[in-house]
Design a protein around this ligand. Structure first.
Ligand SMILES: [Ca+2]
Ligand SMILES: [Ca+2]
Length: 180
């Protein structure tokens, strides 16, 4: 009985000709070619939008912190830690939390780093004026360019409020405030 059943199934399989299988494979291939890039683009767009929303929330938190305390948050020894938006750093006038939580990871798996640049060289723009900026690490070049287009007037990694290098994966620096 079992043997007979197997024979029947084998006969049924012969119902698919090679041409039919090739047609099915071709259709799957065409669908994948149409859907995959769009799905990929949608995911990348979502990540960029999420990072921009995080930047805006962090910038708003920094401005509120400044309004309450009269100064900008200090850069932490580990700049990917909460600079005092969530937990009270012991600063006079602090009336937070200014953020529900400090995001541990950005959408690409890297960090958000708050920098309060007081360096004579390096930092946000290499000059000796101080700036507050958010560094988003581990961002693909194409996403960096998108953030630049969205938040900055011009797409140029070396100017404006969005700055980043030319490598395939970059740290994107986005200005929070250049005022003292
Ligand atoms: Ca500077
Ligand atoms: Ca720019």
């Amino acid at each position: 009985m079992r043997l007979k059943g197997l024979k029947n199934r084998a006969r049924d399989r012969r119902g698919f000709s090679l041409v039919e299988l090739l047609v099915v494979i071709a259709i799957i291939g065409i669908l994948a070619a149409i859907i995959a890039p769009n799905a990929f683009k949608a995911i990348e767009k979502g990540k960029v939008a999420a990072a921009e929303a995080d930047y805006k929330a962090i910038k708003a938190a920094a401005l509120n912190y400044y309004t309450d305390t009269g100064g900008w948050p200090k850069e932490q020894a580990t700049p990917s830690n909460d600079p005092g938006f969530v937990a009270d750093p012991g600063t006079t006038g602090w009336n937070g939390p200014y953020l529900e939580r400090w995001p541990a990871r950005n959408p690409w798996g890297g960090n958000y780093e708050y920098h309060n640049d007081a360096e004579a060289s390096g930092g946000f723009d290499g000059d000796d004026a101080t700036e507050r900026y958010l560094r988003i690490t581990g961002v693909p070049q194409s996403a960096a360019a998108r953030i630049d287009v969205d938040l900055d007037g011009a797409e140029d990694g070396e100017s404006g409020i969005v700055r980043y290098g030319a490598e395939a994966t970059v740290s994107v620096d986005v200005l929070i405030s250049a005022d003292d």
